[in-house]
Design a protein. Structure first.
Length: 170
């Protein structure tokens, strides 16, 4: 699982991890977990969103495994230990290796300003420090990789080395 605060490059690095897996013929999949719970309804508070994510992840991973995918890259900002535990429960017996990405604040701010609309950018800029603190508390033992000034492909290669994730099929 690739995690980290806002604008650290989780999705971009996840995509590059998928590319590296595909190039090495390692059967796998990449899932940006935000897409499994991008929903809104009166009854969907933060706990409801997390529950929806885990329910959808459980089914999604099962389908990938049934179709021969041995490696699944997950990308999401996790803010609490309970979020991490829910994801672990959803993927069952799979070995969850987590990496936390970081980025210099100035670069995170620039990324947010370049990708978000004005209202969303303001909200994300206000949340930067709180999200970073929450993620570091949620995954305190996860290895950290800094993405500042680096291309996602370079970061993905480092992630594979840091978590000792072999590209060859075992």
């Amino acid at each position: 699982m690739v995690t980290g605060g806002l604008a650290v490059g989780k999705t971009a690095v996840g995509i590059e991890l998928g590319e590296l897996l595909e190039q090495s013929a390692a059967a796998g999949a990449v899932v940006d977990l935000d897409w499994l719970c991008w929903a809104w309804a009166e009854q969907l508070d933060a706990n409801g969103i997390q529950s929806l994510l885990c329910e959808n992840l459980r089914v999604t991973v099962l389908h990938f495994l049934r179709r021969g995918c041995r490696h699944v890259v997950l990308c999401r900002t996790v803010l609490t230990v309970a979020d991490v535990e829910g994801i672990k429960a959803a993927i069952g017996d799979l070995d969850l290796r987590t990496i936390r990405l970081t980025v210099a604040r100035t670069e995170a701010e620039a990324r947010i300003r370049s990708r978000d609309n004005a209202a969303e950018a303001l909200r994300h800029l206000e949340d930067l420090d709180a999200f970073d603190r929450a993620v570091s508390t949620a995954v305190p033992d996860a290895p950290v990789v800094d993405t500042t000034g680096r291309h996602a492909q370079e970061v993905a290669a480092e992630v594979l080395r840091v978590i000792d994730w072999p590209l060859s099929e075992e």
